[in-house]
Design a protein around this ligand. Structure first.
Ligand code: IMP
Ligand code: MG
Length: 195
């Protein structure tokens, strides 16, 4: 694993595939217990592309009926810093009006993306909005987003203030397929000049 990571340009591994699987199973149990108590149907909304592996692993372990859909939210710029002005660039197919929504994210960083999505889902009439993020980087939070209708915040791990890749997360669209999460070697993005 270590040499594989080194070959992939990873400086250090933060969470191995096995550690991720264990933690995702725990989060899924908590989420399943909460969804089971709801009278109305739940819709799990994954944020493309970063949440695709977490979403897939999570919903397979939530053994209650639910709908799964995707949204795409993009900020200008594609480096290690987002522009802070995200917008929804691919919308839901499922109607979330009157439903409990769980937003599934790869990582909550500044909070801009989640905040934009909460406003978007609220406009569509979601009954409650929860956020389930694989990683949470509270040190970088600039937006204090509010959950809606008694929604909960679930997180897999608290992430240190480093740019991480793997398990869905990218740098310039690469590294998403790594089964673990690691910190990129600085030289892997040293060519970056803007944002
Ligand atoms: P926020 O809007 O600043 O909270 O950032 C949210 C999005 O930025 C996440 O959904 C990721 O797509 C991306 N992002 C933030 N931090 C990282 C990171 O360390 N690695 C990869 N992507 C990240
Ligand atoms: Mg994302």
């Amino acid at each position: 694993m270590v040499s594989e990571a080194a070959n992939a340009g990873i400086d250090r591994v933060l969470w191995t595939e096995a550690e991720i699987a264990t933690r995702v199973a725990d989060v899924a149990s908590e989420l399943a217990a909460d969804i089971r108590r709801l009278a109305e149907p739940a819709v799990v909304v994954g944020v493309a592309t970063g949440a695709f592996l977490f979403l897939a692993d999570l919903v397979r372990r939530v053994d209650v009926p639910l709908a799964v859909d995707l949204v795409r939210v993009e900020s200008y710029g594609d480096g290690t810093e987002s522009s802070g002005r995200p917008r929804v660039t691919a919308d839901l197919k499922v109607d979330v009006a009157g439903k409990h929504v769980v937003v599934v994210e790869d990582i909550v960083d500044t909070g801009n993306t989640v905040s934009c999505l909460i406003a978007h889902l609220q406009k569509k009439g979601a009954l409650s909005i929860s956020v389930c993020t694989f990683l949470d980087k509270p040190a970088r939070r600039t937006v204090d987003f509010q959950l809606v209708g008694g929604g909960k915040f679930y997180r897999g791990f608290e992430c240190p203030d480093s740019f991480v890749v793997g398990y869905g997360m990218d740098y310039a669209e690469l590294y998403r397929n790594l089964p673990y999460v690691g910190v990129l070697k600085p030289e892997m993005y040293s060519k970056k000049t803007d944002n």
